[in-house]
Design a protein around this ligand. Structure first.
Ligand SMILES: *Cc1c(COP(=O)(O)O)cnc(C)c1O
Length: 353
């Protein structure tokens, strides 16, 4: 497929103050459209709103998927992507779950590289910052019947983002949610499907109202096993062993999660992927057997947990501080992402020479 490039005539002012997350967008975006059974009309064009008929499927039935990854630039001007192919492979898995046709992974990878290079002056270089990359696919058949759309728009937008933690890595507080659930087996929780996130908002607001930062999600059937934290995967250090919930069908298979597992195993630290009962965790926190908890995801990379609220009680984890496993994972993974450390796993794609 051909890739057209239409350059923006008027470039925006680059931001000078705090970036925050996902509030500022660059001058260009990548767009392609699916129609008559094929993807086409691929172009990099000026960033602009879409004009959509009010009847399009995505507005009514949330037939939409997305991804999230980052580009990093260091002081030498080198640009790196972290495992971007895995994002587009996962996007095709998500698409399959809700009847969205697959994309050509090699083609969109090339398009992404061209887009990021065109926008390279937007990539921040300060510690902890990056250019966040958001690919999405939305269903745009202007028809109200509940069936898979015949038309789609794939787009990639870019947003310079600040350090996730403004004051260094601050441990977060989690509220164990026993009423609302994020995902059930057989549902869409294993995939980055847009509707999952609307379904999670209520519990997120409840956790914040109770003085916590994120939700600790339990399984939908028995409310017995820990699944994820907010929109991150979760790890525990229990009796000196690193443990993470097994991917049982309602857990998002995070790229950061699998990178942490690979990293730990390369250092001889075994990671147990298994069912983790919330009772085991809470008793472990009380007895001192659970010495660390942390979340993993593209946005924060590693998010240490300092407090857990369970019913009426609040428990402190790791003295409210960041533990040694979380610190090591954060240092090594961000080091590989930014090029401060060598990349023995071949995770990084350097672009632009
Ligand atoms: C995106 C996401 C993650 C983390 O995945 P990464 O590939 O590591 O960014 C975890 N859980 C949920 C629900 C997610 O949406």
């Amino acid at each position: 497929m051909e890739l057209k490039i239409i350059e923006a005539k008027n470039k925006k002012q680059k931001p000078t103050g705090a970036l925050g997350f996902g509030k500022i967008f660059t001058d260009h975006m990548f767009v392609m459209e699916y129609e008559n059974g094929a993807w086409g009309n691929a172009r990099i064009q000026p960033y602009a709103p879409f004009t959509l008929d009010p009847s399009v499927a995505v507005f009514h039935y949330a037939q939409a998927i997305f991804e999230g990854t980052k580009a990093y630039k260091n002081e030498k001007g080198e640009i790196r992507l972290f495992r971007p192919r895995d994002n587009f492979l996962r996007m095709n898995d998500s698409g399959d779950r809700i009847c969205i046709p697959p994309i050509d992974v090699d083609f969109v990878l090339q398009a992404l590289e061209k887009l990021v290079l065109l926008e390279k002056d937007w990539i921040p270089t300060e510690n902890g910052t990056a250019l966040y990359i958001r690919p999405s696919i939305i269903a745009v058949d202007p028809v109200l019947g509940v069936h898979a759309s015949h038309k789609y728009i794939f787009f990639i937008i870019l947003s310079p983002v600040g350090a996730y933690y403004a004051h260094g890595l601050e441990p977060v507080g989690l509220y164990v949610e026993k009423e609302y659930v994020r995902a059930s087996k057989g549902g869409t929780g294993h995939h980055k499907v847009a509707g999952n996130y609307a379904a999670s908002l209520k519990a997120g607001e409840k956790a914040i109202a109770l003085g916590y930062d994120q939700v600790m999600w339990l399984d939908a059937k028995e409310h017995k096993y820990v699944e994820e934290v907010g929109s991150m995967n979760i790890f525990f250090v229990l009796n000196g062993k690193v443990v993470t919930p097994a991917l049982v069908g309602s857990i998002l298979p995070g790229i950061t999660r699998k990178s942490v597992i690979q990293l730990f195993e390369s250092k001889g630290i075994a990671v147990e992927e298994r069912l983790v009962e919330i009772d085991e965790v809470m008793q472990g926190i009380e007895s001192g057997a659970c010495t660390e908890i942390f979340g993993t995801g593209t946005a924060a990379v590693i998010s240490p947990v300092g407090r857990v609220g369970y019913g009426e009680r609040e428990y402190t984890v790791c003295g409210g501080k960041m533990g040694e496993y979380s610190s090591m994972a954060y240092r090594e993974i961000t080091g590989i992402q930014t090029g401060k450390l060598p990349d023995p796993f071949g995770w990084v794609k350097k672009i632009g020479g």
